[in-house]
Design a protein around this ligand. Structure first.
Ligand code: UD1
Length: 418
């Protein structure tokens, strides 16, 4: 099992470019199966989740290869033959649920397994199923799998109960090939949805409204392959911004899109970090004195739940008490106990965490239990006195492309031990 060994205390300095967005590339890869000709995705990050999704697409009959010295992904779905998503792979990457919409739209059928084995219609994919059902997809459960079939699709007016990112994307993809007009109301507004709209429209779809809470899709007869450049990863940007803040560093991210990280920027400024939006990119200068602040996670453009654990690491060394309210996911404070091993004083009660800032963290052996909690522990390790060993870093690799190399390039003392 790999682990990161971090010697804390180095100030991070320099320029660093972020990779393409994990949450952008995964739905785009799923959408690519609707094309009749090959697609090329530039700036496609080489993440474990992307490799698993590539394997899933190969299992469906697509040709998937890394091209352009590994920086781009070539996907040829023209000979798609299979509609059953491999169960073992499906359990490794939640985003495989995105394949239902595109597969039924292209092939009339899709069989996927249900992560966690809950009943159809219950959380957490009820909004996906409700939207796709409105487009004419029929679902049945067989041997723990969901079998989706749609001999004929039709556009529909769909009102989501909650602005689910994945459900909005799944419905948008399927609706692209559904005759007639689909309107998705109370849609999620995340930038990744705008990126997906750009990709689908380049394939020949007619979609507008992504980035607002009403998305309108005019169905077309077929979609063709295209070239697309995946947007920069805004959560990686946010994570590096916190890395500068927590080490009182000075970093510049030339390909950051400032608009995508406004909520994080605003909170970091409240903490006392200087964030300057330059003509291109963002410069972040951390201070040794950090003020406490309260954070509430919300759908975009609110503070992202995917940045909450990293923010918790920073607030654990603020001069005072901060409160974090997690409104998007139920149990997302797994990092709190591990941060506690490093000397942080955090009390969690349901969806609320109360963080009493301490002057310093101390290195410890900690375990990453999920992607963003892993990032939070790495950040804490950068600031802590002494050595921190973070195990379970396969979670970090799911969403960050060689995070340790990027941090080391900025001056962090971090190595990967296999
Ligand atoms: C996406 C992101 C994930 C991020 C999340 C929220 C990808 C690949 N992943 O996940 O990193 O943390 O958005 O910003 O883009 N829900 C339901 N029913 C549904 C769907 C969702 O109740 O049918 C609930 C979920 O349990 C959760 C909330 O809605 O409490 C938000 O989920 P959603 O926006 O769907 O997140 P994902 O698309 O899964």
């Amino acid at each position: 099992m790999s682990e990161f060994i971090i010697t804390g205390g180095s100030r991070l300095e320099g320029d660093i470019t972020v990779s393409g967005g994990k949450n952008a590339v995964l739905p785009i890869m799923a959408a690519s199966v609707m094309a009749r000709t090959p697609c090329v995705l530039h700036n496609a990050p080489d993440l474990v989740d992307v490799r698993v999704m590539s394997e899933i697409l190969r299992g469906l009959g697509a040709v998937v290869e890394r091209v352009n010295s590994g920086r781009s992904l070539y996907i040829d779905p023209s000979d798609l033959s299979n509609t059953v998503v491999d169960e073992a792979l499906m359990r490794q990457v939640r985003s495989s649920i995105f394949l239902i919409g595109p597969l039924v739209a292209r092939m009339g059928k899709a069989t996927v397994s249900y992560p966690g084995g809950c009943d159809i219609g219950q959380r957490p994919i009820d909004q996906h199923l409700k939207g796709l059902a409105a487009l004419g997809v029929a679902f049945e459960e067989a041997h723990g799998n969901i079998v989706a079939q749609a001999p004929k699709l039709q556009g529909a007016d769909i009102h989501l109960d909650i602005p689910s990112v994945g459900a909005t994307e799944n419905i948008m993809m399927c609706a692209s090939l559904a005759p007639g007009v689909t309107v998705i109301r109370n849609a999620a507004k995340e930038p990744e949805i705008v990126d997906l709209q750009g990709f689908l429209n380049s394939m020949g779809a007619r979609i507008r409204g992504a980035g607002t809470d009403v998305i309108r899709v005019e169905g077309v007869e077929s979609l063709q392959g295209c070239e697309h450049t995946v947007m920069p990863d805004r959560i990686e940007v946010g994570t590096l911004m916190v890395a500068a803040a927590i080490t009182a560093g000075d970093i510049y991210i030339p390909n950051a899109v400032a608009e995508h990280v406004q909520a994080v920027t605003s909170k970091l400024r409240e903490v006392g970090t200087s964030v300057t939006v330059l003509h291109r990119g963002i410069r972040v200068i951390g201070s040794h004195r950090r003020r406490p602040t309260d954070v509430k996670t919300l759908p975009y453009p609110g503070f992202p739940t995917d940045m909450q654990p990293q923010m918790m690491a920073l607030l654990s060394i603020a001069e005072g008490t901060s409160v974090i309210s997690e409104t998007v996911f139920e149990s997302r404070f797994k990092q709190a106990e591990e941060l506690g091993r490093m000397g942080a004083q955090i009390r969690t009660e349901g969806r609320t965490a109360i963080i009493k800032g301490v002057p310093r963290l101390s290195g410890a052996r900690v375990v990453s239990t999920d992607l963003r909690s892993g990032a939070s522990l790495v950040l804490a390790g950068l600031a802590a006195e002494g050595e921190t060993i973070v195990s379970g870093i396969h979670h970090v690799d799911r969403g960050y492309e060689r995070l340790e190399r990027k941090l080391a390039a900025l001056g962090a003392k971090i190595i990967r031990q296999e």
